[in-house]
Design a protein around this ligand. Sequence first.
Ligand SMILES: [Zn+2]
Ligand SMILES: [Zn+2]
Length: 213
Amino acid sequence: MTRCGFELGHYRELLEAARAGGYRLAFFDRDPGPSDLLLRHDVDLSLEAALRMAEVESEAEARASYFLMTRSVFYNLASPEGEMALARLRALGHRVGLHAAYPHVDLDGRFDPAVAWHNPDPEFMSTPLDGVANAMEPRFFSPDRYRSDSNQRWRHGCPHEDLAARRFDWLQLLIHPEIWAYPGRTMRETMFSMLDAERERRVRQLMEDRIDL
Ligand SMILES: [Zn+2]
Ligand SMILES: [Zn+2]
């Protein structure tokens, strides 16, 4: 493995590294134990990016936990596009939890009983919820067993080597699909690539909505 770029090619290598290290994919439906890898995706911006990542995982026979928003300003889970994304994630065997905007917990039949807060404040981030897994409550989170790609910055470096060498007994790995699915050498470039793709998507939607272009 060479450079650790935020691109789907290297994401594939991360999955391979986890396999080489002997990890098995686990979900937020029980306490994690030795060799468990909790692969978590918070979908903040783009369902299309989530689906692209989900297909890569499916090819690698990997299953992840996708946390989707019901109150996003970027996508509408209740739209036909949102329903199709949800159905595709399920068809590929992934789990789907709620990426919740505090204090709203809009859990319904679309979701497994699992919540990950969007941009949480420390006051409620780790508080266990009644009958529902909170991805950041103590049984799922400890600083030594957690890695996140937020804003294309790994606080402790890309974890592929540590995974391949089995340096975690178990790990929660938070990956945001948007920052891997679109090209760019910086977060800004990646976000602008996403916006270019969004524009094309919006043009298609205008035509489908019978707007005369
Ligand atoms: Zn890497
Ligand atoms: Zn979020």
